[in-house]
Design a protein around this ligand. Sequence first.
Ligand SMILES: *Cc1c(COP(=O)(O)O)cnc(C)c1O
Length: 386
Amino acid sequence: MKRPRLMAPGPVLVGQSVMKRISESIIHHRTPAFTERLNSALKNLKKIFQTEQACMIHASTGTGAMESAIVNTLSPGDEILVVCCGRFGERWAEIAEAYGIKAHRIEQEWGTSLKISNLEKALKDHPNVKALLSQACETSTGAIHPIKEMAEKMNDHSGIFMVDGITALGAYHIPMDRWGIDVLIGGSQKAFALPTGLSFISLSEKAWKFYEEAKCPRFYFDLKSEKLANDKGQTRFSSAGSLIEGLELSLYYLTEMGLDNHFHTIADRAFYFRKAMKEMGLEFFPENPSPSLTVVKVPEGIDGVKFRAHIEDKYNVTVMGGQEKLKGQIIRIGHMGAQNLNDYLLTISAIGNSLIDLGFALSKEQVDRAELNYKCNWQERESGHG
Ligand SMILES: *Cc1c(COP(=O)(O)O)cnc(C)c1O
């Protein structure tokens, strides 16, 4: 079977040593050997969340942690504000509504970042809201939201601030305690450079108070029971042992390398890649792009669905297209995961040559030059002169 190079904004490329660890023989999850792994992972997760609070792991995809955030802090009938300018904002609202919570959407055009004045207005219009829910990075558009400023607005509000940081946490600084975020979540197949299947969550002291009052039905995702099990070196139910072993190793690398270094690497991948896209005549979609992914507009006259499929079929690179109202209009390339220089050269040439194949006004020389410039920039950076 053909296995195209994975350059999507999740799932992402997983490094070889982590893949190897995941494929080792299984350690039973109720043993001291596993407890050691789990404790290390839980301890290092706090460094990524930049929190003193406990971090917990769910054996679920990221959406599970979104549901967990809601059922552990809210009650049917509660009112909340949800930032909706993309597909994942809408998902927050849909989960809440499934539990009988009244979601007031702060709607803006897809691709925009939240305007603080719109938040101020929504807070005035709905004075009784129990929470504000947002993405840190709206992965469907590539836009980043002003989380620090939003947290400031919520800090003297009686409600809590819940952030889906699935394409932020582990990709750039999002210091939960310092900024005053009450619930923060992450996902394994994005910035943690792991396969899909784990999600992460942490609650502030204020959010734990909400836990005590929350009336949404919950069982599997009950965080207090999970935390009690974690305090004894276990997970409440069977641990996703192999993935947690992979997590332990991935977190070890992240924290050993230093978070700042890791975040710089991701930001530089994005910076030089965008330079290459610009050199090939492409434009970008979001007004304030996140470093975790690049979203380029499909040039006029090119069928975006065909374009994405062509990159994969002919050049063996997987990038993502747009979803729902952006279908066919954008392609999305991730900067998270175990990517190297070669992955980028391949991606730049795959995108460039596909554009040529589909009739875009671009020459082979321009594509080669964009690729070469990326290579020079990256090598200069690696040698410490970048
Ligand atoms: C990927 C992603 C999710 C979670 O999706 P799952 O498929 O459940 O892992 C949620 N929010 C954002 C912003 C994401 O990028």
